[in-house]
Design a protein around this ligand. Structure first.
Ligand code: NAP
Length: 247
């Protein structure tokens, strides 16, 4: 039977690259997006070209009802085997003293609570304790969780720190129930996210600070995610895989 993967924020960037790679590897793909339908439809077409079933769902992870709807859509494809908790945002670069409460709430609502609720639904579905067949979760954290992003977005960095703690705790909580929980921590990756923080050229500006000498590509993060989901990682849980070129 085909394994089903649910990827939040699969319409662009790292989530899109992950969707296409996992389709190539034979997963049925349910990908969600927030508003950019055309981008998600293009990714879906690339997945379909690999001959696997695909569903595209508009679902804002800051809305619990949307998350439940996305899991229902994934269930229509077959048995859920994997969740990639990828949807995430940054707000425009700012010092902490200049951040509004609304901004901080929004970052934590999407990056932490959204990921938490998706993880909850995945466990409800996949846990052998609940009659499921097990599975794997990969949380898309960030090297920012370690570096702190001073002067740019400490709120974002702190949200990824919370995601890391979710990874550690949940991995141990469900280790006896057939579910592995891991995280990737990408570094500076060429995607649209930097433009949404107000600096489209950020990766180029900071590339010199990367020991490997360049920014990363979304497909390089996708490969790490795919490995963590795969049977090759069968004894890996609660782990953090840094994909940052040494930064
Ligand atoms: P991106 O290119 O901006 O794509 C973000 C994706 O998430 C889009 O598909 C977007 O949907 C979706 N999304 C945003 N808010 C959402 C919400 N509330 N509900 C559902 N979907 C939502 O970002 P990216 O760079 O690929 O980032 C993906 C993940 O990697 C994020 O968690 C980010 O924090 C993490 N990360 C990125 C980098 C980097 O350098 N790029 C580094 C470390 C970690 P729409 O297309 O509909 O807007």
């Amino acid at each position: 039977m085909t394994d089903v993967v649910l990827i939040t924020g699969g319409g662009r960037g790292i989530g899109a690259a992950t969707a296409v790679l996992l389709a190539e590897r034979g997963y049925a793909v349910c990908l969600t997006y927030r508003e950019q339908h055309a981008a998600a439809a293009e990714v879906a077409a690339q997945c379909l070209a690999h001959g696997v079933p695909v569903r595209t769902v508009r679902a804002d992870v800051s809305r619990e009802g949307d998350i439940l709807g996305a899991f229902d859509a994934a269930a229509e494809l077959g048995t859920l085997a994997a969740l990639v908790n990828n949807a995430g945002i940054v707000a425009p670069q700012s010092r902490v003293e200049d951040m509004t409460g609304d901004r901080i709430h929004q970052v934590f609502t999407i990056n932490v609570i959204g990921a938490f609720l998706c993880a909850r639904e995945a466990v409800r579905t996949m846990s052998t304790r609940n009659g499921g067949t097990g599975g794997a979760i990969v949380n898309v954290s960030s090297r920012a969780a370690v570096l702190g992003s001073p002067g740019e977005y400490v709120d974002y960095a702190a949200s990824k720190g919370a995601l890391d703690t979710l990874t550690t705790g949940l991995a141990r909580e469900v280790a006896g129930e057939g579910i592995r929980v891991n995280a990737v921590r990408p570094g500076l990756i060429e995607t649209d996210i930097h433009a949404s923080a107000g600096e489209p050229g950020r990766v180029g500006r900071l590339a010199g600070s990367v020991p490997w000498g360049r920014g990363g590509r979304a497909d390089e993060v996708a490969a790490a995610i795919a490995w963590l989901l795969s049977a090759e990682a069968s004894y890996v849980t609660g782990a953090f895989l840094d994909v940052g070129g040494g930064r």
